[in-house]
Ligand binder design. Sequence first.
Ligand SMILES: Cc1ncc(COP(=O)(O)O)c(C=O)c1O
Length: 389
Amino acid sequence: MIYLDNHATTSCDPRVVDAMLPWLSEDFGNPSSGSHEMGRTAAAAVQQSAATIASILNVPSESVIFTSGATESNNLAIRGVCLHPRQKKRHLVSVTSEHHAVLDVCDDLQRDGFRVTRVPVIPHGHDSSGIVDLDQLAEAIDDDTALVSVMWANNEIGSIAPMKTIADICHSRGVLLHSDATQAVGRIPVDMLDTDVDLLSAAAHKFYGPKGSGLLVVGNGNRRVRLRPQIVGGGQQQGLRSGTLNTAGIVAMATALKLAVDEMESHQERIGQMRNQLFQLLCSGIDGIQLNGIPLASQHRLAGNLNLQLESIEGEAWMAATPSVAFSSGSACSSVDAKPSHVLTATGLSESEARRSVRFGIGRFNTDQQIHQAAEWLIESHAKLRRLS
Ligand SMILES: Cc1ncc(COP(=O)(O)O)c(C=O)c1O
């Protein structure tokens, strides 16, 4: 099996596994058990992890809240800001190409009486295809807007949003900005103070950490962010997210993020080369392939992302005919319900074009040899499908 689906998840780096294991067995104390040494040791590890993550994202340590993943972080950020008892505003702005972990929270708040504006993205065929339309974003904000939520990097077409410009637009209107940075953190530099993003969601399993460990950064030190907790109980994490802290997952996430950032330049360059190589090989063996999203050479596209449109074969059929290569036809969750990707249709592709599209995510553990082998299998299976159709 050749794994080319690193936007869905990544394998845990063996160095991360080594760092997390002791916290499951020898040092298993509850970080809230301040009455004994084992609890205090675990609490110190959690604190150290928060400090590591905070220094990488350039925020105060107290701003880092640990969660179970980006879905929970997005829920806590958006619902938390909108439903805070002192929140008087009742309008939310987001973008049509967001992950369902943001879109569905907006839908839910809309059912509860909030007004939601979903801003379109620049259409297919333009150099900034898939990036939120900044003029329409500015127009969407009004005096009743409580929060703007814009993803940092898209999980399907890899477009990278101009977060500093977006933050300036929001703050000039006195509105907080949340970003689902799940695909950005660990892949590209993310500095929350420099960009002035107020809230940020991420998940360890996208940067070679374990699943079930995520974070929400609440405030970059520049302005106050009030959140209503969504999970109440033991009052951990300043009461913002109760529940026993997952020490092993937290240590693993901090270790994974430090590795990803320390090694970012070399990994991302190699990943970009493999992605370009895969594109060239597929184009030379299959007629009529089109690239979805921003040009590959652009700085505004994630290095490992490749989203392609076939001339006549559906992505689902190609995947079924190529069982030895793991790739996908959309995000891991939208591929459950067999609908064409809402991200691709948001860029103006027809349902048929979206169904003929697939996504590859090249990652740290891929090799040149795997790229050549995968391309060979993909070209073979495509030719077989063409003969059958
Ligand atoms: C952009 C984005 N947001 C949110 C999520 C949800 O992350 P998790 O499944 O870790 O909660 C994902 C995962 O696919 C994602 O890519």
